[in-house]
Design a protein around this ligand. Structure first.
Ligand code: IMP
Ligand code: MG
Length: 178
């Protein structure tokens, strides 16, 4: 285990097992379709890479990036798209792939935005869900794990851009933030 990690919440084995299950479920739900999976950068890149390899259907991938922070360090509550879509999603079955749902601000903005572009459908798949922290209600269509109210890193999730490469999800030792 990394020396900065205090506790592992979800091990590499837990994650592998759950991603396989999600892949089965999504493959069944989209059988015969060609969904467009839209990963929300940067956090979702690890989960998306594993998830698409657990799908046994035709699918395509796209990426967007969002920012809810202006110049400061506090969320402004206003989300901006920092990397827009590079293709037309009219009539497409879209599955948004997120690392974690926290306040719900980002995903509410993103879903509204995508729906305005006239896709056939929009569903949301998040690996982690922290419902305790919602500012705006939102419930995802596919959830890997519900997570307690703690700041977690690993499996794509960062603290100051570090720890995204950890193959498990855990919490940092308090002194790392000091
Ligand atoms: P929100 O739901 O609009 O608050 O934004 C969710 C985004 O905040 C996620 O996509 C992550 O990038 C980030 N985030 C939220 N909670 C955590 C956490 O525990 N660890 C790392 N990043 C987090
Ligand atoms: Mg994110």
């Amino acid at each position: 285990m990394h020396r900065d990690i205090e506790k592992v919440f979800f091990s590499e084995e837990d994650i592998k097992k759950r991603v396989k299950e999600l892949g089965k479920q999504i493959s069944a739900d989209y059988n015969g379709k060609n969904p467009l999976l839209i990963g929300v950068l940067k956090g979702s890149f690890v989960f998306l890479a594993d998830l698409v390899r657990a799908l046994d259907i035709h699918c395509e991938m796209e990426f967007v990036a969002c920012s809810s922070y202006g110049a400061g360090t506090e969320t402004t509550g206003t989300v901006t798209l920092t990397k827009a879509l590079s293709l037309d999603i009219t009539g497409r079955d879209v599955v948004v792939v997120e690392d974690i749902l926290d306040s719900g601000v980002t995903i509410n903005f993103l879903k509204e935005y995508l729906l305005s572009l006239n896709p056939a459908s929009v569903k949301v798949c998040t690996f982690l869900d922290k419902p305790a922290r919602r500012k705006k209600p939102f419930s995802a269509d596919y959830v890997g794990y519900t997570c307690e109210d703690a700041f977690v890193v690993g499996y794509g999730l960062d603290y100051a851009e570090q720890y995204r490469n950890l193959p498990y999800i855990g919490v940092l030792k308090p002194e790392v933030y000091a």
